[in-house]
Structure formats: structure tokens, C-alpha cells
Ligand binder design. Sequence first.
Ligand code: URA
Length: 237
Amino acid sequence: MSERLDKQVALGTALSRKEATALIRRGAVTVDGEAVRDPARKVEKTAAITVNGQAVICRRHLYILLNKPAGVLCVSHDDREQTVVDLVPDMWRRDKLFPAGRLDRDTTGMVILTDDGDFAHRMLAPGKHVPKRYRATLSGEPTAETVALFASGMTIDGGDVCLPAELEYDGCEATLTLHEGKFHQVKRMFEAAGLRVQTLHRLSMGGLCLDPTLAPGECRLITEREILSVFDPSFWQ
Ligand code: URA
């Protein structure tokens, strides 16, 4: 299936058709590696399109991998403070872009931003158990008992029962894999084990890991295969 280039560029960015046309005429748009200056050129929907050197996805929904820095709110919008959506370059901004799964303000690392509500539901719904891995620096050292407690499906805050979670540690550094996402869950679990979380960083969701080339605050689009790896257990470690 092919479609006019100006239409595809407008769909894949926050630009109007007129603005997309102007950019194409200026030579800022490439299709499969070549600059194309004709806005009416019919281009395959599977073509690799860039605008000002950045890939755009001309599909219905957008999926963005972000390395969240500390101090940024993990919500779509806030009147006073910077949010994860504010970190997304203009060309990938869409109405309804939201973080699929929240991190606390002081937590860093992997966030997926999307405008696809079904995607978020599949990842976050309690029955799906998509694993999320975190690295934590703790106020003290866990022990074999802490590992056993986390693996047992512990109760936190006097009644909230957690699914079994896998804990590995090396001194005060720990890696924890959860299969659900309760509010402040990592911090609450460690607190229940007598430890305070000093820093927290999300490493992966399903089989998709944070891209080490992304500096804090940077993001990139997620490929089709990477989207699949979030849900398909054969990609999970
Ligand atoms: N658990 C927490 O306690 N905080 C986060 O940001 C994520 C998981």
C-alpha cells in the first residue's frame, strides 16, 4: 500500500499537511535514505521516512522508549512541573500520549510512552504478569531470607499480597523482577523487609530493555519487533 508523502509525514509528526509539504520541498525529508522533494510522491507505507534526520513512524499509534531522568513527573501533563511527555521531541508529540506504567518522580530509567490504550492495558493488566526489572541501591544488604521473603509472595502494609518476585543482590545493590505494578511497590517491599530504597532504576519491561545509548532525558521510537518482545514470553529472560 502506498500513500502520498506529505500525508504520511503529517500523520507521523505533529505537523499540518502544509507544514509537511514545506519541509519536504526544503529537502528535510528522506525516504529509504534518499531526499525526496515531491510532496505528492507515492511512498510505500513500509518505507523508512526521516524528517530532519529523525525517523518518523507513519502508523496509527506511536511507541516511544524513554530514559527517564530523576525529578521528572511520569504523567501526561502538569501545569507546573516537567513531565515525561515534555521530553518527547515535537515531531513525535501526539494528543493522548501517556506513559504506560508510572515511575516515581525520583525513579530513573525505562518508560514506554504511547497513545495506544490497548497496548498499555495488555502490559499493565493484573493477569498479564509482564515482568518489570528494577535495579535498586539499598540502605543495607539483603540476605537469603530477604530473597525467600520476596519469592514467597509477601504481604505489605498489613494486607496487600504481592505476587512472588525474584531478588538478586550484590552487597547493597539489588535487582528485583516484579510481575505486577502496585503503587510504590519496590519501595514498599524493601521497606517491609527493613531496607530503604536509595536509588531506583527500571531496566526492562517484558523482553524490552532500556537502550544503553539513550542518555537520561533521551528517547527513540520502538520497533515492531521490540513491541512484540514486551508481551511474548519467549523474549523474556
Ligand atoms: N516501585 C516503586 O516503588 N517506585 C517506582 O517508581 C516503580 C516501582
